[in-house]
Design a protein. Structure first.
Length: 329
């Protein structure tokens, strides 16, 4: 398979402009897998869109454990792949080592930061998007109690939760029940436990539950639907997964980050450094479509749009948990 892809790339290089001849894009997914319906899948969708738009193939790989990170990254770099995109903060340690050894290779880490000239570090302002879906949750809740189910208990996921609390309470929620799925990478892919936590939160009175838990979130959405309650999806638009029971999804445009990395390299416009993407940059947003249009009233949508505008204008400053490991809401 690898030879076939490389052969296709070699053939393509003869028919495209010279600046594109060196691009052999690749993506190495984080734990949870390519089709987690959330974070990794968003990255995959960005790569697929690039392939559709340009005709340029890409390589990809799904690691099975943390021990494979450096080995896989080094192998892709040795094979001449460029750029190499890694969704997930857990890639930082391996990338610190490999980026130095391959100074001419362009690397992109999403949700992590590595300070090397050939590395683009993409950081999203998940707190901003979570605040907006929190506003919708607070308005949709009849009990005025809402829930949050995180994946692995790390500051990044607390950042989602804190923003959500701020928005929900601003919209009238009196209580936000928060639970994490675990403290190891297995927490990203445990839909059974996600469902159990959701049921427990519903038993405590929550009637809207936001999942920021990768593949575990599938169980959150299912449990909420089974109980006749509402859930909020994350990263990708997950409204379709339980139509009529997913209030909205906090979209984190990982697909755009991957697409831009490939396209910028193709166009010889790649830049390293920190790339911050919030509401203003279109990096985060809430999802509206036919699956949830009947759940979001005009008043709710107006409130969400006002929150977005106020955050972009700086009138509302959403606290970033990762700055001080605290949540003031």
């Amino acid at each position: 398979m690898k030879r076939t892809i490389l052969g296709l790339l070699a053939a393509a290089a003869m028919t495209v402009p010279a600046f594109a001849a060196d691009i052999k894009p690749a993506i190495i997914y984080d734990l949870g897998g390519k089709f987690d319906k959330s974070f990794n899948e968003a990255a995959h969708n960005g790569a697929e869109k690039f392939k559709t738009d340009t005709g340029i193939e890409y390589r990809d790989f799904e690691i099975q454990n943390d021990a494979q990170r450096e080995q896989a990254l080094r192998k892709f770099a040795e094979d001449g792949n460029n750029p190499i995109v890694m969704p997930g903060f857990s890639w930082a340690t391996a990338l610190e080592k490999v980026a130095v050894d391959f100074p001419d290779t362009k690397f992109v880490i999403i949700d992590g930061s590595v300070d090397k000239p050939n590395v683009r570090s993409v950081i999203f302002k998940e707190n901003e998007g979570s605040y907006v879906v929190g506003v919708l949750a607070g308005m949709a809740s009849k009990s005025k109690k809402v829930g949050f189910v995180g994946g692995m208990d790390i500051p990044l996921i607390r950042k989602f939760g804190c923003g959500y609390v701020g928005g929900a309470k601003a919209a009238g929620a009196t209580d936000v029940i928060q639970n994490m799925t675990g403290d190891t990478p297995a927490a990203w892919n445990d839909p059974t436990k996600g469902g159990e936590i959701t049921k427990a939160q519903i038993d405590q009175g929550a009637d809207v539950v936001y999942a920021a838990a990768g593949g575990t979130g599938v169980g959150v959405l299912q449990a909420a639907a089974d109980a006749g309650k509402l859930a909020i999806g994350v990263d990708s638009n997950q409204n379709y997964m339980q139509p009529g029971h997913v209030l909205t999804s906090m979209m984190k445009r990982v697909d755009v980050a991957v697409y831009n990395a490939f396209q910028d390299t193709k166009d010889d416009k790649f830049t390293g450094g920190l790339n911050l993407l919030g509401l203003k940059e279109g990096g985060v947003d809430y999802a509206m479509d036919d699956n949830n249009k009947d759940l979001v009233t005009p008043e709710m949508k107006a409130a969400a749009e006002k929150a977005k505008a106020d955050i972009i204008a700086g009138t509302i400053k959403v606290h970033d948990y990762t700055e001080d490991n605290a949540c003031p809401y």
